[in-house]
Design a protein around this ligand. Structure first.
Ligand code: NAP
Ligand code: MG
Length: 403
C-alpha cells in the first residue's frame, strides 16, 4: 500500500513518562507504516523544557497558530517533588496553561464510548462533551478573611476617578470576603470557540449560568452568548439542524442526567471544573477521555485528558510489565489527522483517521483490552494484554480494513 501524503504539517508535541513511551509505539505501529507523517516536532518532555528555559513550549504554541493543528502527549506539570527529581532550574508552569494562554482557547473533553462499558447514568447513550471556560472567576479571585466588625465595599475606579461604590455588607462579626472578575473579551472567545466546535461536530450546544441570582455577572455571560449566537451563528446552526440552548445551571444538571447525551455542555470555570470530573467518572475511565483545545480563530490542539501515568512508568522502569491504555492518545492523533485532512481537503487522510478509530473500537469490542478497562467490562471474559500487544492487535485490525 502506498503511504498517505500530507500537504501541511501537524505540530507534534512529545511529552513525559509512560505516555512518552506510548507515543513512540503509536507512531511506529499505527502511523508511520501508513502515513507519510509530516509533523513539526517539539519536545515538551520535562528535561528539554528545562534545558530551553521552557522556550520550547512557547515555540510550540506559536507553531500551532501557524499550522492550525497540533497533537500533544501528556506532560509533567512540575511541583516541588519534580523539581528535585529532575534537578530543574525552576518550577516551570503547566505546558497546557502556557499553550492555552497563547491560543486563548477553550478545552472540550469527551468520552469514547464502548457498548460493553455502561455509564453510571443508564440513559446516557452518546458522549457528553464538556467545554470549560478556563479563565477568571474564583480562579483569579481576591480573598479576605474579615477579622472584625467593619464595612465591606465594592469599589470600581474608572480612568477618570471613582465611579462606583456599593456596600457589600456591614460586618457585625468576623467573616469572609471574595472579589471575582471576568472580561468580555474572554467570554467572547469562549463563546466563539463553543459555537465553532458545535458546528464542527454537528452537536447541540447547551450553556447554563445562574443569571436569576447573579443579575450582572452571570447575566453578562448569558447576553454575550446570545448576542454572538444571533449575529454570527444562528443561520449556520439552523442549516445544520442543531440547537443553541440556554438554561439555568440547576435546570441543566437535571436535564443532563435525564438526557441521552450527544451534545456539548458549556460551563463557567468552576462549573466546568466540577462537572467534567463528574461526567468523566460517570462515563467510566479517564483513559478513554479525549480533549481538544479550540481557539476562537480556529486552531486545534488534540490530546488525551489523562496525565503521564507516573505509577505505570515507575513499574516500566523496573522492567515490570505494564498495561497502560493508549486509546485516548491514539484518538488525539486521529483527531489531529482528521482535522488536517478536513482543512487541506485531503480525504484519504481523514478516512485513515476514521479507520484508525474504528480499528481501536473493534479491537476493544472484540474483547482485547488493557487492564483498566477489564474491571469495567460487562461483556464476555476479556483478553487482557500489555500496552504493546494491545497496539499490535489494533494494527492487525487496521491492516485488515486498509487492504
Ligand atoms: P494520571 O497520569 O492521569 O494517572 C492517574 C491514574 O489514573 C493512573 O495512576 C492510573 O491508575 C489511571 N490512568 C490514567 N491514565 C491511564 C491510562 N492511559 N491507562 C491506564 N490507567 C490510566 O494522573 P497523575 O498520576 O495524577 O499525574 C501524573 C503526571 O501527569 C503529573 O506529573 C501531572 O502533572 C501530569 N498531568 C498531565 C496532564 C496533561 O498533560 N494534560 C494532565 C493531568 C496530569 P492506576 O495507577 O490505578 O492504574
Ligand atoms: Mg478538577
Amino acid at each position: 500500500m502506498e503511504k498517505i501524503k500530507m500537504e501541511n504539517k501537524i505540530v507534534e508535541m512529545d511529552g513525559d513518562e509512560m505516555t512518552r513511551i506510548l507515543w513512540k509505539m503509536i507512531k511506529d505501529e499505527l502511523l508511520l507504516p501508513f502515513v507519510d507523517l509530516n509533523t513539526e516536532y517539539y519536545d515538551l518532555g520535562l528535561p528539554y523544557r528545562d534545558e530551553t528555559d521552557d522556550q520550547v513550549t512557547h515555540d510550540a504554541g506559536e507553531a500551532i497558530k501557524k499550522w492550525h493543528v497540533g497533537v500533544k502527549c501528556a506532560t509533567i506539570t512540575p511541583n516541588a517533588q519534580r523539581v528535585e527529581e529532575y534537578h530543574l532550574k525552576k518550577m516551570w508552569k503547566s505546558p497546557n496553561g502556557t499553550i492555552r494562554a497563547i491560543l486563548d482557547g477553550t478545552v472540550f473533553r469527551a468520552p469514547i464510548l464502548l457498548s460493553q462499558v455502561k455509564p453510571a447514568v443508564r440513559n446516557w447513550k452518546k458522549p457528553i462533551t464538556i467545554a470549560r471556560h478556563a479563565y477568571g472567576d474564583v480562579y483569579k479571585g481576591t480573598e479576605y478573611r474579615v477579622p472584625e466588625k467593619g464595612r465591606a465595599e465594592l469599589v470600581f475606579t474608572g480612568e477618570d476617578g471613582a465611579s462606583f461604590r456599593e456596600t457589600i455588607y456591614d460586618f457585625e462579626c468576623p467573616g469572609v470576603l471574595q472579589g471575582l472578575y471576568n472580561k468580555d473579551s474572554s467570554i467572547e472567545s469562549f463563546a466563539h470557540s463553543c459555537f465553532q466546535y458545535a458546528i464542527d461536530t454537528k452537536q447541540d450546544l447547551w450553556f447554563a449560568t445562574k443569571d436569576t441570582i447573579s443579575k450582572q455577572y452571570d447575566q453578562t455571560f448569558k447576553l454575550i452568548f446570545q448576542d454572538i449566537y444571533e449575529k454570527e451563528y444562528k443561520e449556520k446552526f439552523e442549516a445544520l439542524g442543531i440547537e443553541y440552548f440556554y438554561t439555568l445551571i440547576d435546570d441543566a444538571v437535571a436535564r443532563v442526567i435525564r438526557s441521552e447525551g450527544g451534545y456539548i455542555w458549556a460551563c463557567k470555570n468552576y462549573d466546568g471544573d466540577v462537572m467534567s470530573d463528574m461526567v468523566s467518572t460517570a462515563f467510566g475511565s479517564l483513559a478513554m477521555m479525549t480533549s481538544v483545545l479550540v481557539s476562537p480563530d480556529g486552531n486545534y490542539e488534540y490530546e488525551a485528558a489523562h496525565g503521564t501515568v507516573t505509577r505505570h512508568y515507575y513499574k516500566y522502569l523496573k522492567g515490570e510489565e505494564t498495561s497502560t491504555n493508549p486509546i485516548a492518545t491514539i484518538f488525539a492523533w486521529s483527531g489531529a489527522l482528521r482535522k488536517r485532512g478536513e482543512l487541506d481537503g485531503n480525504k484519504p487522510l481523514s478516512d485513515f483517521a476514521d479507520k484508525l478509530e474504528a480499528a481501536c473500537i473493534d479491537t476493544l469490542e472484540g474483547g482485547t483490552m488493557t487492564k483498566d478497562l477489564a474491571g469495567l467490562w460487562e461483556g464476555p471474559a476479556p483478553r487482557v494484554v500489555n500496552s504493546h500487544d494491545f497496539i499490535k492487535a489494533i494494527r492487525t485490525r487496521l491492516e485488515e480494513t486498509l487492504k
